[in-house]
Design a protein around this ligand. Structure first.
Ligand SMILES: CC(C)(COP(=O)(O)OP(=O)(O)OC[C@H]1O[C@@H](n2cnc3c(N)ncnc32)[C@H](O)[C@@H]1OP(=O)(O)O)[C@@H](O)C(=O)NCCC(=O)NCCS
Length: 168
């Protein structure tokens, strides 16, 4: 673990920091598991911070003592592709760690906060559209694989992912 980590909900003022974090993390870490032809169309769509998510109150950032963003992630009741879901179902959203700070427990700390927050809000089951890269991480966090999925990001642009779930 990194010394003196603070985890707090984001606001719209964190847009630049989260954008930079996702832009550092996704391209560097996903290239091990995805073909360049997939990443060239998907990365511009999945590695940008989502302003509505940052304002949701259920998206969190982990910062070091200098206020440097090291990891982020959150949850919503709405599914990543939109649509209002069942109140007892939560969706894990946009979890990422800076590639210079992997395997220090940062994403674990973020997801632990996410799960506790969702439980306190009455959620009973969490679903996650995991990248192929993050499957071992979510397994370590108690999620099980429901199956492989193909996310339609835009007409003609799809992204292979793995749907995972766990009870709270
Ligand atoms: C997946 C990701 C968020 C994990 O971040 P992290 O901060 O390095 O994860 P943690 O240090 O909290 O890992 C906790 C546990 O998960 C498991 N784990 C994490 N990364 C793993 C990996 N690459 N391989 C195998 N197990 C892994 C381990 O059990 C680990 O515990 P350990 O280090 O004591 O063995 C990070 O690799 C990432 O940002 N990937 C790119 C973005 C992405 O795919 N996000 C998911 C969107 S759905």
């Amino acid at each position: 673990m990194v010394d003196t980590i603070t985890i707090r909900p984001t606001t719209q003022h964190d847009l630049g920091a989260v954008d930079a974090l996702l832009a550092a993390s996704y391209p560097a870490l996903l290239k091990r598991d995805y073909a360049p032809s997939v990443l060239v169309t998907a990365l511009p769509l999945i590695s940008r911070a989502n302003p509505a998510l940052l304002r949701s109150g259920t998206y969190f950032i982990a910062e070091d003592a200098e206020g440097q963003a090291l990891a982020a992630g959150g949850w919503t009741r709405s599914a990543p592709q939109g649509g209002v879901g069942l109140p007892e179902i939560g969706h894990v959203r946009h979890v990422a760690t800076h590639p210079s700070h992997l395997r220090k427990g940062l994403a674990q700390a973020i997801v632990t906060r996410v799960l506790a927050d969702a439980l306190a809000a009455g959620v009973e089951r969490m679903i996650c559209q995991s990248t192929q890269t993050a499957v071992p991480f979510y397994k370590a966090m108690g999620f099980r694989v429901r199956g492989e999925i193909l996310i339609a990001l835009r007409p003609g642009i799809t992204f292979p992912a793995v749907e995972m779930e766990r009870a709270l």
